[in-house]
Ligand binder design. Structure first.
Ligand code: MSP
Length: 663
């Protein structure tokens, strides 16, 4: 592992995700951003290294495991494997995947605790207070029964004898550190938030628990186990050598990428733990905003999560990468919408970059036998008659600067301004008309050289975000060097050699019909949700915990109490119609006895709407409402799923009254 380094290292991390649930698009966003930065830093001369992983201890995981009828270790191992598999599938795996159940991690946590203790920063005390099980955090200033200020769930009163970390002793040291490292917390708004929190005074922090068993044991202090945040944060260090971090040469981290809700743990507790242990501090913490769906934070409990697989299954990963980085201003919240995703894809990728690549390369093939033509002798990036795009050194340096500041959206905007400028240049110059005039041959060559050289630079600068597509464009330009090995600092106008034989032409981003694409994504989403919900609907319906949503839990036994949580009733379809643009979905009004519910169901390929009117069906009535193709669905119709995925409605041989409960 400790390989002598020829380049400077850049060590970055994603949060270590909880294994009480499966990844949604919010987690995917963090990991995609980390991957973009890892690639960007490589093209800036760094040996970058990304750690991601799984945060596996704590009450939430323990409870989810219990619901799934598994031991926490077994349950968490299955879920961690799912996370890892998804990152592989999406081509965003970490260079290291640390699990907080790893032996190497246990050793590191115990070692770090000992260092803090030896340095006098640990003391024993008794704690009575309100605790939020969901967030794994004590809630200061809350009274019994008060809700958690972060998630709104009721807190629980706990009294424990704990080990405390003397956080109060670090107030001034932290403030001094923030002052001498003004870029430590980004963006500015989060920095201010942290400063005011620390300025308000720091209380000592309880870092062990005796009330739970699923945690890392405090050596010689049974039944104490470490508090999950004292455990999880240290994962960033365990991943790169733990106590032997010096030999590995990656610590301290250059960047911890996190969502805004966990900034305090990273920007206050974590540096304080490291100061207490006398270890080097990370260089920077960057907190991004949330992806919102229907203007709310996506979360399992709200039932508004979007999963990455259906999107990637229908559109591929690169449109999603581009959309997330282009549409959401890094550091701010942003709304996620399928409509905007497909619109962006068509405008910027299919009609923008993809179209520029195919028209340029096709004209080089047609007019120059597939060889990059010669530019006018005085060719400079801004010498075109039609106002050629600005590929000057300053313009390129500006893009680099935007990437450096993690202003991905602006960096992409700047790159796509160049795409638009080249398009305009081609439209003004009309190479197809020049080709008709033998005396304009040199001009034609110049125009197509300009277009292809622009394409080369655009491909290089967009590479961190669109690694596969840009490599394809690069190869189609006849370039043999691997694009990821190209250095931003060495890119300049005019490096494309006239006479280069271009590669085989191939479309990069085919246009996608919007409503059909969205319908396909939603149909796939529904299928996956059904597969995940079916085996243990009970747990998902009421608790919103991950246990049931995880395919890993399939086949697990549930208690009769769990089953009783699912409310199923006989319903009768009053009206049925198709959902615009979704070939599998029907929108139904279903009478369930005391009310008429609107339900959207994936029945359209198997049933005609008119055949369903009057039919009695089984309805799960206490599921969280959700939106499908923008239409609210308030319940689920029970159907068998045949091997080809087609549904067969559950029904009754005897007559049953509408509203009757199923038990
Ligand atoms: N286990 C802790 C982190 C410990 S790090 C030592 C945790 N895990 S988590 O599974 O809840 O993941 C939280 C992270 O996922 C957020 O900080 C953020 O990076 C990402 N996101 C989760 N939901 C999100 C959105 N809706 N939008 C954007 N990112 C979100 O907290």
């Amino acid at each position: 592992m400790s390989v002598p380094r020829t380049k400077p290292k850049y060590y970055l991390t994603t949060p270590l995700y909880y294994t009480n649930g499966l990844p949604h698009i919010g987690h995917t966003y963090s990991t995609i951003v980390a991957d973009v930065l890892r690639r960007y830093k490589r093209m800036r001369g760094f040996d970058s290294f990304l750690t991601t992983g799984a945060d596996e201890h704590g009450v939430n995981v323990e409870r989810s495991a219990q619901k799934a009828g598994k031991s926490p270790q077994e349950f968490s191992t299955e879920i961690a494997a799912q996370w890892r598999k998804l990152w592989d599938e999406l081509e965003i795996p970490g260079d290291e995947f640390i699990r907080t159940t790893d032996e190497r991690h246990h050793r590191t946590v115990q070692w770090l605790f000992k260092r803090c203790r030896d340095n006098g920063y640990i003391q024993k005390g008794s704690y009575t207070g309100q605790y939020c099980v969901f967030d794994n955090a004590y809630v200061v200033d809350a009274g019994p029964g008060d809700p958690c200020p972060d998630c709104g769930r009721p807190t629980e009163t706990v009294t424990e004898e704990n080990y405390f970390f003397k956080l109060s002793e670090f107030q001034q040291r932290l403030l001094d550190f923030y002052v001498s490292n003004p870029d430590f917390i980004q963006p500015e708004s989060r920095r201010n938030e942290v400063l005011s929190f620390v300025n308000g005074g720091l209380k000592n922090l309880s870092i062990t628990r005796t009330s739970i068993r699923w945690g890392i044991p405090v050596p010689g202090e049974a039944p104490h186990v470490f508090y999950v945040w004292f455990d999880a944060l240290i994962g960033y260090l365990s991943a790169v050598g733990g106590p032997n971090f010096e030999q590995h040469g990656l610590w301290p981290a250059d960047l911890h990428l996190v969502g805004k809700e966990i900034i305090r743990f990273h920007a206050v507790y974590w540096p304080a733990f490291l100061m207490a242990a006398n270890l080097p501090l990370p260089k920077q913490i960057w907190a991004h905003g949330w992806l919102l769906f229907d203007a709310e934070k996506m979360s399992k409990s709200r039932g508004n999560v979007v999963r990455p697989r259906p999107i990637v299954g229908v559109m591929g990963i690169e449109p999603l990468r581009y959309y997330l980085l282009r549409e959401i201003v890094f550091g701010q919240d942003g709304n996620f919408s399928y409509d905007a995703l497909v619109t962006r894809y068509n405008s910027d990728l299919a009609n923008g970059l993809g179209n520029l690549a195919s028209r340029t390369l096709a004209m080089i093939e047609r007019y120059f036998g597939g060889e990059i033509p010669r530019p006018a002798p005085e060719s400079t990036p801004d010498a075109g008659e039609g106002g050629a795009p600005d590929f000057s050194a300053e313009s390129l340096a500006r893009i680099t600067k935007l990437y450096d500041r993690l202003s991905f959206s602006l960096a992409l905007e700047a790159i796509w301004d160049l795409v638009a400028a080249v398009d305009k240049f081609i439209t003004v110059e009309k190479p197809w008309a020049l080709a008709e005039q033998p005396d304009k041959r040199a001009r034609l060559g110049h125009v197509l050289y300009t277009a292809s050289e622009s394409l080369r630079l655009v491909a290089a600068f967009a590479h961190p975000v669109l690694p596969r597509a840009t490599q394809k464009i690069w190869s189609q330009l006849g370039l043999t060097q691997t694009l990821s090995a190209v250095q931003f600092g060495e890119l300049a106008w005019g490096q494309l050699k006239p006479g280069t034989k271009i590669g085989k032409l191939e479309g990069i981003f085919p246009r996608m019909e919007k409503s059909e694409t969205i319908a396909r994504i939603e149909a796939m989403e529904q299928e996956q949700n059904k597969a995940a919900e079916a085996p243990a609907a009970a747990a998902t319906a009421t608790s919103g915990t991950a246990a049931a949503a995880a395919p890993a839990a399939a086949g697990a036994k549930i208690s009769i109490e769990d089953f009783a949580k699912v409310e199923m009733r006989v319903g009768q379809v009053k009206t049925a119609g198709r959902v615009a643009g979704a070939d599998k979905l029907l929108q139904l009004q279903v009478d369930i006895g005391d009310e008429v519910r609107q339900i959207v169901a994936g029945l359209a390929l198997a049933y005609k709407p008119e055949d369903l009117v009057g039919r009695k069906v089984v309805v799960v009535t206490n599921l969280q409402p959700r939106k499908l193709r923008g239409v609210e669905s308030n319940g689920m119709i029970v159907a068998a799923s045949l091997p080809d995925g087609s549904p067969v409605l559950a029904g009754f041989l005897e007559d049953v009254p509408v509203g009757a409960r199923l038990k």
